[in-house]
Design a protein around this ligand. Structure first.
Ligand code: GTP
Ligand code: MG
Length: 371
C-alpha cells in the first residue's frame, strides 16, 4: 500500500491527468495534478476505469473476498455437511420435494418448532447432515440463482416426468455445470398419468447427462414428491456423492458465508437468512454483510429454535444488521468490531458513489480500446 499523486496514478493507468481530475470531480473530490491521493480514492478511480488494483499498489481492506479466500491449513479442515441446491423448471416440484424431505426427516418433536419457511434447512440421513436450499423458479431470478450455484456442493435438477426438459431445466443445468458441481437428476411426478421418464432421459442426453443404463455416469432418481416415493433413494445418493467429494471447512475461525434471503420485519428490523460456509457464526459476532454491517443480536435455526452458534454448512436466520442485504451477498465476521464497522461503512459509502456514478462508467471494452 501507499499513496500516489494524481499524475503518478494517471501514468499507471495510461491516462491523462485531466481525465483523473475529471473523474474525481464527478465523485465530488477537487484535486490538482500533484495532489496525493489516499488508498480509497485510488481504489475508486481504478474502479471507475475498471482496472483491478494490484496488491502492491493497494491492499483493499473493504474487499470481502480478501477474507473469504484466506486459506485454511489442511490440518484445520474438517468434513462438513454438503449443501444441496434444488433447481429446475417452474412447477416441476422443487418446493414440494423440499417440503416432503423435511416432513419425512424431521421428527415429530422437532416439527413442533417449525415456525417459518426459510428456504434452507438441514436433515440427517444415516447420521449424516445434509443442508438443502430452495431456489425461486422464475426467470426473473436467474441472476440470484446463478449466485445460488456458488453456495452449492451438489445440484439436484428436478424434471417433471410428464413435462420433460423445459427452458429453465436447461438454465439450471448450465448453472450447475458453470459451478462445476456434481448433478443428480430427480425425475419427479412419477405418479402422474403422462409420466415418461425415458423421454426425460432421452432429452437430457443432449446436455451430456447420461444415465448409467445408457452407458453414462449421471445419477437419476425417480420420485413422487407428492407421495413421498423415492425420497430415501435420493438422500442415499446425496450421501454417496458427499462421501466421494469430502466437502470440508474450518469450524475454528471467524465465519464467512452467503445471504440466502433477507427482508425487513416490522418488529425485528433487518432479518437475514445466512448460510455459514466456513468458520462458526456466534451470537454477538460483528459482521459485514454485502454493503451493510452489524452484530448478530439473535440467531434462529431452520426449525425456529434459538441457537448461539452455527458451524459450517448451517443455515440460520439472524437479526442485528443495520440494513437489509440482498440474496447472494456475502458476509464476513470480524474479531474486531471497529474493523467491521469501518469496512461496512466504506462499502456502504462506495455503493452510494457507485449508484451515483453509474452513467459515467467506462466499460472494460472501452478501456482495452484505449490502451
Ligand atoms: P416454482 O417454485 O414456482 O418454480 O415451482 P416448484 O418447482 O417449487 O413446484 P411446486 O413444488 O410448487 O409444485 C408445483 C405443482 O406440482 C404443485 O401443484 C404440486 O402439488 C405439484 N407436484 C409437485 N410434485 C408432484 C408430484 O410428485 N406428483 C404430482 N402429481 N404433483 C406434484
Ligand atoms: Mg417453489
Amino acid at each position: 500500500s501507499g499513496s500516489l499523486t494524481v499524475a503518478e496514478l494517471a501514468e499507471k493507468l495510461n491516462k491523462d491527468s485531466s481525465e483523473i481530475i475529471k473523474k474525481l470531480m464527478s465523485l465530488g473530490v477537487m484535486a490538482t495534478k500533484n495532489q496525493d491521493l489516499d488508498a480509497d480514492s485510488i481504489e475508486l478511480i481504478c474502479g471507475e476505469f475498471n482496472v483491478e488494483v494490484e496488491e502492491e499498489v493497494v491492499v483493499d481492506e473493504t474487499d470481502l473476498d480478501v477474507y473469504i479466500n484466506e486459506e485454511d491449513a489442511p490440518e484445520n479442515l474438517q468434513i462438513r455437511p454438503s449443501v444441496v441446491t434444488i433447481m429446475g423448471h417452474v412447477d416441476h416440484g422443487k418446493t414440494t420435494l423440499l417440503d416432503t424431505i423435511r416432513k419425512t426427516k424431521v421428527t415429530e418433536g422437532e416439527a413442533g418448532g417449525i415456525t417459518q419457511h426459510i428456504g434452507a434447512y438441514q436433515v440427517e440421513e444415516n447420521g449424516k447432515p445434509i443442508t438443502f436450499l430452495d431456489t425461486p423458479g422464475h426467470a426473473a431470478f436467474t441472476s440470484m440463482r446463478s449466485r445460488g450455484a456458488q453456495v452449492t456442493d451438489i445440484a439436484i435438477i428436478v424434471v417433471a416426468a410428464d413435462d420433460g426438459v423445459m427452458p429453465q431445466t436447461v438454465e439450471a443445468i448450465n448453472h450447475a455445470k458453470a459451478a462445476e458441481v456434481p448433478i443428480i437428476v430427480a425425475v419427479n411426478k412419477m405418479d402422474k398419468e403422462g409420466a415418461n421418464p425415458d423421454r426425460v432421459k432421452q432429452e437430457l442426453m443432449e446436455y451430456e447427462l447420461v444415465p448409467e443404463e445408457f452407458g453414462g455416469e449421471t445419477i437419476f432418481v425417480h420420485l413422487s414428491a407428492v407421495k413421498g416415493e423415492g425420497i430415501d433413494d435420493l438422500l442415499e445418493m446425496i450421501v454417496l456423492v458427499s462421501e466421494v467429494e469430502e466437502f470440508k471447512a474450518n469450524p475454528n475461525r471467524a465465519a464467512t458465508g452467503t445471504v440466502i434471503e433477507a427482508q425487513l420485519d416490522k418488529g425485528r428490523g433487518s432479518v437475514a437468512t445466512l448460510l455459514v460456509q466456513n468458520g462458526t457464526l456466534n451470537v454477538g459476532d460483528s459482521l459485514v454483510v454485502g454493503n451493510t454491517f452489524g452484530r448478530v443480536r439473535a440467531m434462529v435455526n431452520d426449525i425456529g429454535r434459538r441457537v448461539k452458534t452455527a458451524p459450517p454448512s448451517t443455515p440460520v436466520e439472524i437479526t442485528g444488521l443495520s440494513d437489509v442485504p440482498e440474496a447472494g451477498d456475502r458476509f464476513v465476521v470480524f474479531e474486531d468490531e471497529k474493523k467491521a464497522r469501518s469496512v461496512g461503512e466504506a462499502r456502504q459509502q462506495r455503493k452510494i458513489v457507485e449508484n451515483r456514478g453509474d452513467n459515467t462508467k467506462v466499460s472494460l471494452d472501452d478501456l482495452f480500446e484505449q490502451i
